[in-house]
Design a protein. Structure first.
Length: 340
């Protein structure tokens, strides 16, 4: 967010972004966004300057677009902003790193009310406060687009630890999950089932835990660095579904992974409405899939759900008697079967 000029007045939330203009809109947003000691130079210049403890930096980026990634008839702008923070923070934490700062670019139609943009910023701030309280927003950009679109770049610091990649799983490792499974998928199913019933949608958004997990996921970000400190061999953010992401880990590591259906059933039993199908193939809970060394003490917050059985030139993810690594499921933005 560069080239902002000061505006002495706070704009009315009812004014549109187009009426206000980029500079004044940015000036209204900046006070809502958190800073941090690591931010040497924040929003307002051509680039930000961040101070890190070491030369090895973890970086990731992600996009969210109205339509395929979120719907404003389901989500409030605050929820959208919070979800953007959760999904991007999880990618950094899945390497075992601590989030340091975010760069966020927003593009929106000119007729968008300024209140939408301000609530989006409040969602960013809420997500950072709850999930990565030591982090900041260093800057970004504001532009025009046919639909509301977000692009987030996030930086992380390993704090002296080695990054945990998806390619380190070894035969004998215990496969564990940190965080919930299937809640977001179950919530999405409820929203889709509500159809065009705006009253039912509003009730679900306000009251249903599963729907809230889909719209504003309670990602267990702190568990990523904990797993790295505990000596995890491999780790992934479960963003696209347990089976799809476990298959990615298996292929990257050159191993077969077997999941324990009985344990998975126990994990989801605490959440009425979540099915085994949700746990296996649903995504966007942003929990962590971790391979721990055998006999390793598994940290609190993680549940063993399987084992790495052997090295393999044709990696598979199985449940007893069944290869599920090629079954349909998980998030693919280009699949016609994938819903928001």
């Amino acid at each position: 967010m560069s080239d902002a000029v000061e505006s002495p007045d706070v704009p009315s939330p009812s004014v549109s972004v187009g009426e206000l203009g980029e500079s004044a809109a940015l000036q209204a947003i900046f006070p809502l966004l958190p800073g941090a000691p690591s931010t040497v130079l924040g929003p307002g210049d051509d680039a930000a300057i961040i101070s890190l403890s070491e030369a090895q930096v973890v970086i990731s980026c992600d996009m969210m677009m109205e339509g395929p990634d979120f719907r404003l008839d389901w989500s409030t702008p605050v929820m959208v902003g919070r979800k953007a923070i959760a999904s991007n923070a999880a990618d950094i934490a899945a390497m075992g790193a601590h989030v340091v700062t975010y760069e966020i670019a927003v593009a929106t139609p000119a007729h968008t009310p300024m209140s939408t943009l301000l609530d989006l910023a409040r969602g960013f701030a809420q997500g950072i406060s709850e999930l990565t309280p030591e982090a900041s927003i260093a800057g970004g950009d504001l532009s025009r687009a046919p639909v509301l679109s977000l692009a987030v770049t996030v930086l992380g610091d390993m704090r002296g630890l080695a990054p945990v990649t998806r390619s380190g799983a070894r035969p004998g490792d215990v496969i564990a999950v940190g965080g919930p499974l299937g809640l977001s998928a179950a919530g999405l199913r409820l929203l889709l089932g509500a159809g065009d019933d705006s009253r039912l949608i509003a009730q679900l958004v306000a009251e249903n835990e599963l729907v809230h997990q889909h719209l504003a996921p309670q990602a267990p970000i702190a568990l990523g660095p904990i797993a790295a400190e505990a000596g995890a061999h491999a780790m992934m953010d479960i963003s696209d579904g347990l089976v799809l992401d476990a298959t990615r880990m298996a292929r990257a590591s050159g191993v077969d992974i077997e999941l324990d259906i009985d344990t998975l059933s126990t994990v989801i039993a605490a959440y009425p409405g979540v099915t085994l199908e949700d746990a296996l193939f649903g995504g966007e809970d942003h929990s962590f899939l971790v391979a721990y060394p055998p006999h390793q003490s598994i940290p609190e917050g993680f549940t063993p759900i399987g084992v790495v059985t052997r090295a393999s030139t044709a990696p598979e993810v199985t449940v007893p008697g069944r290869d599920i690594s090629h079954e349909r499921g998980g998030w693919d933005p280009f699949s016609p079967a994938t819903a928001t």
